[in-house]
Ligand binder design. Structure first.
Ligand code: SF4
Length: 404
């Protein structure tokens, strides 16, 4: 079994009561089975309090207003005070660290929705790099096709990260190349799986001896090589020219993306008003010329945080791309990265318009709030995934127009 842990994870320390946006507010925290049993066994006054503070039907903590019923006036957790760290449920103990299991590989990384974790992620000089080791035997149920799928996706993920780090290429084009790579890989992946292979391998790791189709590892290597080859960026730049220098089109599309987010399950306080507020202040109160002037000034400041933007994009790549081994939708992961980065950038523009300043703290604020609203709700992630698949706002050309 292979384990990967992100190196920056060790740098995280919870701010506790000092936190500006505690994770004990805004959503119902689910309780794992073992903790639930321990809470039911707890006797005395605190046992009674636990009984009343848990929603037993949904096995989660009840909310008092927007906050967890066990968050006290001083901003501390009463379960921690009473039962110690071991008494906390798994989610509270682990957050903002999260572990993903990909069969033969398990990865641990930080979640962007915690403001302190967002600071660590954005300031990570090693840019999302992993500490990797092997331990224990391979899982008995690990299938050959899953291993090959993982290998191919790891290849694509590394290529995406390399493309993003290449500062000789403009930021918009780097994002566009990453999106195009996932688009091309998805197309070949689907084509290869069309129809039954006569020898029934269904894996297509190498050229199939019967139907002569290529495998996904073959395509992952070939496409990564093509995108990273010397001169590839220059060739891509010519095609990308079609999407650049169209501020009106960009504004219409990003506004539509923000409007779409109004339909999400609210996680942030007053989320229902947030996208409307952003749209009003950016696209209604300003005319097109004023908006573009503001954006140009903001872009100059944003360029000063190059590593932070890269780290943000790498975060979305590292968090989601390998998950495509389960839903076979790597293009959707590329779209999620582009969408997230574009919305967070627009969110920062909104903050810049209001405050007249933009720096790392504004980026932390926009990024962790976006993540809390989107990533901390499975419903919202599913909503986006569905939109990416069917909504014409998310065609490759339409998305390029926003990045351009
Ligand atoms: S959001 Fe992060 S820093 Fe704040 S209380 Fe939760 S884990 Fe700690």
């Amino acid at each position: 079994m292979e384990y990967g842990i992100q190196k920056c994870l060790d740098k995280f320390v919870c701010m506790g009561a000092e936190c500006e946006d505690t994770c004990c507010k805004g959503w119902r925290i689910g309780i794992d089975k073992d903790s639930y049993k321990a809470y039911r066994r707890k006797k005395g006054a605190f046992g009674r309090r636990l009984f009343l503070g848990i929603d037993h039907k949904n096995q989660c903590f009840r909310l008092k207003g927007r906050a967890c019923a066990f968050l006290n006036q001083e901003g501390f957790c009463d379960i921690y005070k009473e039962m110690g760290r071991k008494g906390m449920c798994r989610e509270c103990r682990e957050y903002p660290r999260h572990v993903e299991d990909y069969g033969v590989r398990r990865e641990a990384m930080l979640c962007l929705s915690c403001p302190e974790a967002a600071r660590v992620i954005l300031g990570d000089r090693e840019q999302g790099s992993w500490r990797i080791w092997q331990q224990g035997k391979e899982k008995k149920d690990s299938r050959k096709d899953q291993q090959e799928c993982l290998e191919a996706l790891e290849e694509i993920r590394s290529a995406m990260v390399c493309l993003l780090k290449d500062r000789s290429v403009g930021w918009g084009q780097r994002m566009a190349m990453v999106l195009a790579l996932t688009h091309d890989f998805q197309r070949h992946w689907e084509e290869e799986y069309k129809g039954d292979c006569k020898d029934g391998c269904g894996i297509l790791c190498e050229e199939c001896s019967i139907c002569k189709r290529k495998g996904i590892i073959w395509w992952a290597e070939r496409l990564s090589g093509r995108y990273l080859k010397k001169g590839a960026a220059e060739r891509f730049a010519k095609q990308f020219l079609d999407f650049q220098g169209k501020p009106d089109e960009r504004m219409i599309r990003i506004r539509a993306w923000l409007r779409l987010m109004e339909g999400m399950e609210p996680v942030l306080e007053e989320w229902e008003k947030k996208p409307g507020q952003m749209c009003r202040e950016l696209y209604h109160d300003l005319d097109e010329r004023e908006y573009e002037e503001l954006r140009q000034k903001f872009e100059e400041k944003a360029r000063g945080l190059e590593q932070e933007w890269e780290n943000l994009a790498i975060y979305f790549i590292n968090t989601y791309v390998l998950g495509a081994m389960y839903d076979k939708n790597v293009y959707g992961k590329g779209k999620l990265m582009v969408f997230s980065l574009a919305v967070i950038r627009e969110w920062c523009l909104f903050l810049y318009g209001r405050r007249g300043r933009f720096g790392r703290e504004e980026l932390v604020e926009a990024a962790h709030e976006y993540s809390r609203q989107v990533e901390n709700s499975d419903k919202n992630l599913e909503f986006l995934e569905e939109q990416f698949g069917k909504n014409r706002l998310f065609g490759v050309r339409e998305m390029m127009a926003v990045i351009g």
